[in-house]
Design a protein around this ligand. Structure first.
Ligand code: SAH
Ligand code: SF4
Length: 379
């Protein structure tokens, strides 16, 4: 029997097929198992009643179904649900489920997924960046964040006879890799997770409904451009000149704008996909009209979209959002320069929903004690 990785969602289709083969069960059992996990969102082997009991018992001794234990759940006034998970080695990561209104009752549920514990890029305004880097998440740990929220939605629908916010959709419609960590610094694990989330044998979500956000890792952007799956790309720009970007997003010292922007142009040309630029507005730092013009000049001619996000305040930092008037003026200046731009609402402001904020609070409050007590309550 081949060596079995600990978690079900760590397995590629091929690996699961081989495991099933080695048990002597017919090969279609692998498909049945995948269907239970990725589509029916089973959380225990007991639910899989169309599989022989002995087979289920054997598997349950060898393959763990889930790798995340929710240790804190917060719901915001706007419907955002934020969950802090403990991983098998005691580390913690956070993810969020966000609801966006759509036409009629066709709203969208988007899961914001973490890809690393902490982050090595160390952006000065980011709660995750301040935590330092611990480790990459495995493919299964990435996938399990999505399955957790898909299951959460399913349970909410069962409980209330309708989905939260009376939405017609009851499924996750979008995944954004914008939680903790730099996704492209964990490329191989991220990609294995994306393939499974996309596969009709897996979660079955269209690649176009997924977006990877990066601080600007140039070699990986080039690699992404060659991938067949049409996953979207968002580049966290935040400044249109190197001196300021070096301070905000330190990876800029390694991959300055004169490398990053041509890589984005190349990505757009090779992939034919439109990319987004994220521009967080920080009061007095990057919010002047001259800086809006410099941004427009930098990305001129690129098939792209700019998302403006007023900064999230994080504790212990002086970074602050500009006034609403200044935000609108910046947006209008970009429009005047013929840039596609959208002003994004901040989500879950009342529940530390910014990247890494919830974990930061837990770390500060002596993470171990709190989490141990939460876990003790659950048992
Ligand atoms: N590491 C990746 C993805 C995770 S961060 C990246 O940097 O793109 C997701 C987004 O949140 C990035 O655009 C990041 O710049 C932004 N972000 C982090 N802290 C923020 C804050 N305090 N205010 C506004 N945006 C923030
Ligand atoms: Fe890392 Fe992104 Fe935070 Fe920068 S903004 S520290 S790259 S998670």
């Amino acid at each position: 029997m081949p060596k079995i990785p600990a978690g079900f969602t760590e397995l590629t289709c091929l690996q699961l097929d081989r495991i099933v083969e080695s048990t002597g069960e017919p090969s279609y059992r692998a498909g049945q198992l995948r269907k239970w996990i990725y589509q029916r969102l089973a959380i225990s082997y007991d639910e899989m009643t169309d599989l022989p009991l002995a087979f289920r018992e054997r598997l349950s001794r060898q393959i763990r179904l889930h790798s995340l234990v929710p240790v804190h759940i917060a719901t915001g006034n706007d419907g955002t649900v934020k969950t802090l998970f403990q991983l098998v080695d005691g580390q913690t990561v956070e993810s969020a489920l966000m609801f966006y209104d759509g036409v009629g009752e066709n709203g969208r549920y988007t899961v914001c997924v973490s890809t690393q514990v902490g982050c090595a890029v160390g952006c000065s305004f980011c709660a995750t960046g301040r935590q330092g880097f611990e480790r990459n998440l495995t493919p299964g740990e990435i996938i399990d964040q999505v399955l957790y929220f898909a299951h959460y939605l399913k349970e909410e629908v069962k409980k209330n006879n309708s989905s939260p916010k009376n939405n017609k959709n009851t499924r996750i419609s979008n995944i954004v890799f914008m939680g903790m960590g730099e996704p492209l610094a964990n490329y191989d694990n991220l990609w294995q997770a994306i393939e499974m989330l996309n596969s009709p044998e897996g979660f079955g979500l269209g690649a176009r409904n997924m977006v990877i956000s990066t601080s600007g890792l140039v070699p990986q952007i080039k690699r992404l451009a060659e991938e067949k799956l049409q996953v979207g790309l968002a580049v966290s720009l935040h400044a249109a000149e190197n001196e300021l970007r070096n301070k905000l997003v330190p990876i800029n010292k390694k991959y300055p704008l004169e490398k990053l922007i041509p890589a984005c142009r190349e990505y757009s040309r090779l992939s034919g996909r439109r990319l987004s630029f994220e521009y967080a507005l920080f009061k007095g730092l990057n919010d002047s009209l001259t800086q809006a013009q410099a941004l427009a000049e930098l990305i001129k001619g690129l098939k792209c979209h700019v998302n403006l996000i007023p900064a999230n305040r994080i504790s212990g930092s002086s970074f602050a959002p500009p006034s609403h008037g200044a935000v609108l003026a910046f947006e209008n200046e970009l429009k005047r320069c013929h840039i596609n731009v959208t002003l994004r609402q901040r989500r879950g402001q009342d529940i530390d929903a910014g990247c890494g904020q919830l974990r930061s609070r837990f770390l500060k409050n002596a993470e171990d004690n709190i989490i141990k007590s939460v876990l003790a309550e659950k048992v």
